[in-house]
Write a protein that binds this ligand. Sequence first.
Ligand SMILES: *[C@@H]1O[C@H](CO)[C@@H](O)[C@H](O)[C@H]1NC(C)=O
Ligand SMILES: *[C@@H]1O[C@H](CO)[C@@H](O)[C@H](O)[C@H]1NC(C)=O
Ligand SMILES: *[C@@H]1O[C@H](CO)[C@@H](O)[C@H](O)[C@H]1NC(C)=O
Ligand SMILES: *[C@@H]1O[C@H](CO)[C@@H](O)[C@H](O)[C@H]1NC(C)=O
Ligand SMILES: [Zn+2]
Length: 486
Amino acid sequence: MLGFLLRGGCSPLVCLWALLLPLVSLHRLNQHGRRGHAGMNRPKLLLLSFDGFRWDYVDRVPTPNFRSIMNEGVTVEQVENAYITKTFPNHYSLVTGLYAETHGIVANEMYDPVLNRSFSMETDSIYDSRWWEEAVPLWVTIQKAGGRSGAAMWPGSDVRIHGMYPTQFLQYNASISFETRVERIIEWFSAPNEEAVDFGVLYWEEPDESGHNLGPQSPLMDEVIAGIDEKLGFLINELKKAGLYEKVNLIVTSDHGMTQLFTDNIIELDEYVSRDLYTWVDKSPVVGILPKEGKLEEVYNKLVDANPNMVVYKKEEIPKHFHYQHNNRIMPIIIEAKEGWTVMQNRTGPFMLGNHGYDNTLRSMQPVFVARGPAFRQNYVKTSMRSVDLYPLMCHILSIRPMPNNGSLLNVKDLLYPELVPTTPSTPPRVNQYSYAPVVGSFISVVMVLGFLVFYIRQVTLKQLPSLKHRSREMSQPLLQEDLHL
Ligand SMILES: *[C@@H]1O[C@H](CO)[C@@H](O)[C@H](O)[C@H]1NC(C)=O
Ligand SMILES: *[C@@H]1O[C@H](CO)[C@@H](O)[C@H](O)[C@H]1NC(C)=O
Ligand SMILES: *[C@@H]1O[C@H](CO)[C@@H](O)[C@H](O)[C@H]1NC(C)=O
Ligand SMILES: *[C@@H]1O[C@H](CO)[C@@H](O)[C@H](O)[C@H]1NC(C)=O
Ligand SMILES: [Zn+2]
């Protein structure tokens, strides 16, 4: 091209266009480079869940660390999570993008009639891979694509799923402090290039535990929430100390919210139906009832109009919008308590002051969602999303092809930093790992335009001199080299 230019074979305007063309394509290349596919440039993502952190807790007490993420990143005001709004189903939805009926972890306590097995989050039954293998969690997918992952206590992350554990993980142990979990995550992200993890998941049991014990309305919850904000501050600080804060995309969310219960609001099933007629599978507020052989109609008829504070569904009547029907592990009858109500067999036994699991469209059941990092927009508030949309978003950030899922990248793409850097001169260039590329591009554009002008003026003024072609070549050569080196 340059040879063609130097032979004087083009008009000034065409020459200018021809000179700028490679710069435009270079600029495009840099934009894509932000999300490089290979080795050390693979984008990083850390997903953190504070169990039971309701969406509005951030407004209840000063939460400066949440605020800083909101200011530097994105907030989603309303996240519709997966039904039932319990811990295991929702944590698996976050890393699979699937509703519970499809990923198969339909409750914290389950019975599978085909396996003839029971699952309880309280026992080692969770280590039976078969419960988890109706879906493929993101850490398995990223590892199959040549990436690495690290997991600190995320539900299911210490279970062998489709033949794999996360590249790095901790065996579940509730006694391991948040700080220790963070230290391990930081180690894994900071490892030498080929060993560093690309995707991390981090789980903390609070404020769920306190929410159950105290009830979310308790003034004592204020201190618990402030404590969670301090934990987030610890993580931010450790990321900064390790030089990871500007590189790692950080998503802070939760599985569900929490609502206040009242001791007067108890439904006692023993008043309506004999225990001999059914097996009690999952606990309040969405109770799984497995009627004894041939007793389905009898149990259903006894329960359906028994108490106005609960709704009783046969499996095939469960409302479609819950996406909670098509799985063997969903029991033939489910009872859903109204918000604030507890279903028990009788009044003896432990009673909690706070609970979750209710209808996922209730505001009280919904989690917090904030995120920041090179992939995310800044100081941006989005009205609503579904928690299943997070999975395709994370796959996009990590440049991983998503497995079939129930989310939609289109629904949440506006959370991402726009593909094209805004050209408004008043906004300073975004400072991150990749931001030098457009600056260098613009600098070279200016140099080349100036170079062209000099070249053009010379061409016009020295038109008659025989040495023109040679001189122009001398002048243009270094520019061409710089172009190639970028
Ligand atoms: C299911 O397992 C239990 C023991 O856990 C056993 O007593 C029962 O017979 C099994 N049922 C079937 C249908 O295999
Ligand atoms: C859990 O962690 C605690 C504290 O580090 C330790 O004392 C305990 O042995 C661990 N339990 C298991 C089962 O590893
Ligand atoms: C309530 O149920 C428990 C077993 O769960 C039983 O031991 C107790 O006797 C029952 N109480 C009443 C008042 O029926
Ligand atoms: C959710 O996604 C899975 C996998 O693509 C699909 O089989 C299932 O039908 C979807 N569920 C809904 C409600 O669309
Ligand atoms: Zn809980």
